[in-house]
Design a protein. Sequence first.
Length: 306
Amino acid sequence: MTTAPPHRTPTVRAAASVPRLLRSCIGLLDRVENAKALDHVVRPVRKVVRVLPLGPLRDVLHGRQLGHPLHPVLVQVPMGAWLSSVILDFVPGAGRSARVLVGVGTVAALPAGLAGWTDWAEQHEQQMRTGLVHAAANAGAVWLFGASFVVRGRRPLTGRALGLGGLVCAGVGGFVGGHLAYRQAAGPNKAEPVAHLVEPGWHRLGPVDTLRPGVPERRMLGEVSLLVVRDENGGIDVLADRCSHLSGPLSEGDVTDGCVVCPWHGSVFRLSDGAPLRGPATAPQPRFETRTEPDGVLAVRLPDAG
């Protein structure tokens, strides 16, 4: 005797369709990141962003002083203001307050967008392709909320509809931004795993006398790549080799004035403590303590690793 499948209500069927929809969206974004045709747009836009005369403001927009990207912090203002305005659109007598929030969110979106573009121009090709979709959705949100602000005084219903459409666009932009951050790893500190991959204690790297003064050397500690630099006075600095920004090989960069320059995007790290002195990197490089063993071999360990 066969048992009939349980009856599925419309609500259950709708809930079951959500994972399929999300998987379809992820699949679409996977295709976008591999769409080389978008490079015809990426290249000229990237060039424009990189030549903007931002000066020291560029590092501020990257979030170097903050210690992590500034863009995710700035977007909280427009998103919060816009969401609140749409909620107030359903509250009787709150039209003026809603319009103020629409205006605040639209103005606040401008510096958030500038910070986003500044980060975008220093990413991998796949990330920049997806970033174009992210930017397009957010630009749509800015345009719709801007139009909503303009027409609300004369046509409140149209203004509310435009605001609702803008919130949908902002939500799509947020979804794509999450894909960029968590699926494509645009923004996280790439050097963070080092502390979890190196065992506590001292580790031998090799003879000190093979290190050439002022020349960056690459040494392997298990699966972790290290940058080793010996100065003219015999002092030795050791940092994690893979740049915290996008894993660029610091051992292939230039060493000057006690700093190393990442060859991929130009981030500058101080050798003495790994601090980022110029972006786009915002997180410091893990630094290793050093000592020379009695037999002339360089040994290293992470600070406080025992």
